[in-house]
Design a protein around this ligand. Structure first.
Ligand code: SF4
Length: 249
């Protein structure tokens, strides 16, 4: 019998502890679509560094009913105190067929107002840097460890991360991205359970429940330290190429 992945086992534990949004009897299935290559295998090297031709993502991707039910449940969540100060839950955005998923720490003021992650100045920097590579936001998935804004953009508390993490794990389970990319110290430390700083973790892959998680700076940090922009964009180029979104440079 095929053994369960660490992520499946984690989700099973969540179900035992009462995560009611999980479909009974089975985990969510990856949405139908073309079979993906193994996450460990980058696409074959091509002569040209031009972006690969990928099928256009439909403007309004049809979401499976189970996923919509899961999202709607998260939008009502009151599991931690952040529900009292948020304007709205910031669930995540992008394609369910995305081969690459970006994960930040938490929504800021702009995201809390808009209900979409990475739409403020930092988000615009991320969007612009991706566009320079020929990658549109709609081709990736963007989410945060916390779905609600901490007041004053303070650092997420451990109990908030524990409460909210199951939602992120389920998003990963649904999307099945080839690669994850953690943005910034706080998100990467929370995901990897480490106190190691981002300057040591960035530019490398790490294990996250059996999946490959690449670490790079948070674009807000890059905005404050524009001398790091080239490094940040080189990181994005690497992870986008490894995910098959662009040709290998
Ligand atoms: S931060 Fe997460 S766990 Fe807390 S209320 Fe928001 S959605 Fe729920």
């Amino acid at each position: 019998m095929k053994s369960k992945s660490p992520l499946d086992r984690w989700i099973e534990l969540e179900r035992l502890f009462g995560a009611e949004f999980l479909p009974a009897g089975r985990g969510p299935q990856a949405p139908a679509g073309p079979a993906r290559a193994s996450p460990a295998k980058p696409p074959p090297r091509t002569e040209s560094a031009k972006p690969l031709q990928r099928p256009a993502v439909p403007a309004a991707e049809e979401l499976p009913a189970e996923f919509v039910a899961f999202r709607d449940q998260v939008l009502q969540c009151r599991k931690c105190d952040l529900c009292n100060t948020r304007t709205q839950v910031v669930f995540g955005v992008g394609s369910l067929k995305a081969p690459l998923m970006f994960i930040g720490e938490a929504p800021g003021a702009d995201e809390d107002a808009a209900g979409e992650p990475f739409v403020g100045r930092a988000g615009q920097l991320l969007t612009r840097s991706l566009l320079k590579l020929g990658v549109r936001r709609e081709q990736v998935y963007i989410a945060n460890v916390l779905k609600c804004r901490p007041p004053g953009n303070r650092t997420p508390q451990p109990n908030e991360i524990v409460s909210c993490m199951p939602y992120l794990l389920l998003q990963i389970k649904w999307i099945q991205p080839r690669l994850l990319c953690g943005l910034g110290n706080i998100a990467v430390q929370a995901l990897l359970h480490t106190s190691e700083g981002i300057s040591r973790l960035r530019g490398k892959y790490h294990d996250f429940f059996g999946r490959k998680l690449f670490a790079t700076f948070h674009p807000a940090y890059v905005l404050r330290n524009m001398n790091q922009l080239a490094l940040f964009e080189a990181d994005l180029r690497k992870v986008a190429a490894d995910a098959g979104l662009i040709g290998i440079p």
